[in-house]
Design a protein around this ligand. Sequence first.
Ligand SMILES: C[S@@+](CC[C@H](N)C(=O)[O-])C[C@H]1O[C@@H](n2cnc3c(N)ncnc32)[C@H](O)[C@@H]1O
Length: 215
Amino acid sequence: MAVASKQGLFIEGYYKSLSPDLEKLRKENETDNIPLILRETEDMLSVLLSLKKPKYILELGTAHGYSAIFFATKCPDAHITTIERSEKMYDAAKTCIDDSGFADRIELFKGDAEDILSNHKFDYTYDFAFIDAGKTHYKEYFELIEKICNPGAVIVCDNILINGWIYDRELPGARRHRTNVKYMKSFLEYINSREDLTVSLSSSGDGLAIIKLDE
Ligand SMILES: C[S@@+](CC[C@H](N)C(=O)[O-])C[C@H]1O[C@@H](n2cnc3c(N)ncnc32)[C@H](O)[C@@H]1O
């Protein structure tokens, strides 16, 4: 799980939760060590969602459903599709989503994201996507998501800095996570090489790639 840096902790001091329910869910997730978006990441997503005003949002990596419930809170007219591979996480997310009152707008899939993206015929095309699942497969996810996104869609990828290990081999843990680092670097090179994409790499949270598809 990504750890907030000193800079991140300072910035997070200015974070305000969107609702008491989200605040409670965040605290529960943090207490139980369930992975979820950092506060800084949530704030960045909040601004992007306000600008884009998506009607259909796709997420890879649900965990206990915090970010999906955040999307539903922030975008009251949006439909959210979220995919989770772990059975345990899926079951917990289902309970949290039912309890949130947003179950009619959050569609939860159980299974491997690449598998579902390759084989499921989706009812919607998406304006906004959030990639927060296995770090070695971002390129495959991205190429599959693109096919079901509308022109001008925004795709945000979390954890691109992988705790700083992506740029600092000396950091403890860097060696152990070198497969993630290798694949993430290759994903960043790939999006950078695509002339048709507008890309911003941000150090917000654990690092975000904010990508806009051509109109
Ligand atoms: C960082 S957590 C997601 C946190 C969530 N977005 C939030 O902020 O509340 C990543 C999740 O992705 C799931 N995951 C990892 N690889 C996956 C895959 N290939 N397909 C679907 N889910 C996957 C993990 O089980 C984990 O629950």
